[in-house]
Design a protein around this ligand. Sequence first.
Ligand SMILES: CC(C)(COP(=O)(O)OP(=O)(O)OC[C@H]1O[C@@H](n2cnc3c(N)ncnc32)[C@H](O)[C@@H]1OP(=O)(O)O)[C@@H](O)C(=O)NCCC(=O)NCCS
Length: 230
Amino acid sequence: MDMEVESYLRPPEMYMPPYPAKVVTLATGGKLVIRQVTRDAVPTLLQAVKPTLEVPRDFYDIVGARLYAELLGWYRHRVRDEFCLVGQIDGLLVGIVNTRSFSPEVDISLHTLAIERGLRIGAHLFAAKMEYSIEYLGRKEVLITAESPIGFRRWMIEYGLEKREGQHELGGATPFALTRDLYFRSKDRLVAGERPVPADIMKVAEREIMIASEEDILEKILGAKRKVIQ
Ligand SMILES: CC(C)(COP(=O)(O)OP(=O)(O)OC[C@H]1O[C@@H](n2cnc3c(N)ncnc32)[C@H](O)[C@@H]1OP(=O)(O)O)[C@@H](O)C(=O)NCCC(=O)NCCS
């Protein structure tokens, strides 16, 4: 690789303090570990995103395709200041969230993808990325948009986000803001989890990001409807 040319192609990077992992106890009693991953995890994560590209239901296809491109862009140093958190239960990957920092004041929320459904895993992961942006990175606000009605209900309605002028980075859609004030007002209700993660649980999460088979991922996302679209 010509590193001189490469140095022009790579965007600059801002320092980000790490996100401390946490564990959320789900309604089923399952332990959802939410933790930050580095670029090396991307090829593994992409295996889980790939099956979603052909699932129009609940807008998994557009969210999956964009998330795939963003993660690959991060891996190949073509996206500026992105971070990624994952959710795992017993090591198995059940959701992914990512955000891009626009400036020391503003983050741009990119995507939330839940692979296991019906347990608010997506909601917990979204809350975790807001927690990171506001509490650990010290942003004044996060700009958010939704690509699906479920997303709109989960973010715009549940947090009462403030509608803003202008265009969100994701296709120019209407941006909504989570301000620091809104975040702290919603925190008790929406941001869950305990730290530190018990050592045995953390060890399982860090040992390997396990990916369900394509078959299982489709089953989890589509539930009973799967048989109809085949
Ligand atoms: C949006 C998303 C992250 C929310 O994840 P979540 O908080 O874990 O919520 P779920 O998707 O499990 O459930 C959403 C609703 O559908 C219901 N549901 C559960 N399992 C379902 C299934 N297999 N199929 C369809 N709906 C299901 C839930 O009961 C829930 O209802 P509620 O809102 O009354 O609680 C997730 O739906 C997702 O990844 N969607 C596709 C990508 C997307 O839209 N991302 C957000 C872009 S803004």
